[in-house]
Ligand binder design. Structure first.
Ligand SMILES: Cc1cc2nc3c(=O)[nH]c(=O)nc-3n(C[C@H](O)[C@H](O)[C@H](O)COP(=O)(O)OP(=O)(O)OC[C@H]3O[C@@H](n4cnc5c(N)ncnc54)[C@H](O)[C@@H]3O)c2cc1C
Length: 229
């Protein structure tokens, strides 16, 4: 009996790919309603060769999901299409958000989180510390905006998370599920009571796991720009 995958976006293509790997003899039909594959991926090559991505363009190679994505890229022979952006790169260091009618540079060094920097009304460290003391709320899921407001305060959600969610998925942080976009952060709260505690626990776990083989490209990058063409 053949299997049918509905939708030829990243999810459908990935599902078809894993199905074909798991059961090589299986017939797989992929049904796509539009006249192209890729879903949200839309790469426009301009006349001067510059590639303008209308949809997704970055991969965060962290955790199990990140390692998995990198494995698929390697399996498909697409590694040379990935442009690693090191954490020291100006594009990674200089993050800007548009708020209250102007551009603001986000704190990017350890020192800068202790200084008040517009558009925030207090140093970033104060919002981060709030997470340590904010009570855990046992919920099955909630909008990212609500989750972040509870843990870090409303300004953090308004200025940082709304911009981040727009940048990542052109979405509305008041509608997108925290479990979908920030699953690990959500689980840290549910499991350890706060994100900071979860992060510390994770550092210890990683140390224990040292020696586990990971895809090579991950070890040298923080964020990666990936060209889908
Ligand atoms: C502007 C923007 C920037 C983004 N940037 C990033 C980024 O940098 N990094 C990142 O990781 N993520 C990013 N995302 C999120 C990422 O694009 C999505 O999570 C991902 O593309 C979703 O893939 P999908 O296959 O689930 O859905 P889609 O891409 O929406 O694909 C669904 C497919 O199913 C087809 N379809 C729908 N209904 C039917 C039907 N009934 N029958 C047959 N076919 C059907 C559609 O035509 C479409 O091709 C971004 C999103 C946007 C909008």
């Amino acid at each position: 009996m053949s299997k049918v995958v509905l939708g030829g976006g990243l999810s459908g293509l990935s599902a078809a790919y894993y199905l074909s790997k798991k059961i090589p003899s299986q017939n797989i039909a992929l049904i796509e309603s539009s006249n192209r594959l890729g879903g949200w991926i839309k790469s426009n090559v301009l006349s001067d060769g510059v590639i303008f991505e209308q949809g997704p363009r970055t991969i965060r190679p962290h955790g199990e999901a990140g390692a998995n994505t990198l494995s698929v890229i390697e399996d498909l022979g697409l590694s040379d299409k990935v442009v690693p952006i090191l954490l020291s790169h100006p594009a990674a260091r200089n993050r800007m958000i548009y708020a209250n009618g102007k551009l603001h540079t986000l704190p990017s060094t350890v020192g800068s989180i202790f200084k008040k920097q517009s558009p925030f009304s207090k140093p970033l460290i104060r919002y981060l510390l709030q997470d340590l003391f904010a009570p855990r709320k046992n919920v099955p899921d909630e909008p990212i905006y609500d989750f972040v407001s509870r843990r870090f305060g409303q300004e953090f959600a308004d200025y940082l998370i709304s911009a981040l969610v727009c940048g990542i998925s052109a979405g509305n942080s008041k509608e997108i599920s925290v479990k979908f976009l920030m699953k690990q952060m959500f689980e840290y709260e549910q499991k350890y009571g706060s994100i900071s505690k979860g992060l510390v626990q994770n550092i210890f776990k990683k140390r224990e796991k040292n020696g586990v083989k990971r895809p090579t490209v991950e070890s040298q990058t923080g964020t990666m720009e990936c060209v889908f063409s």
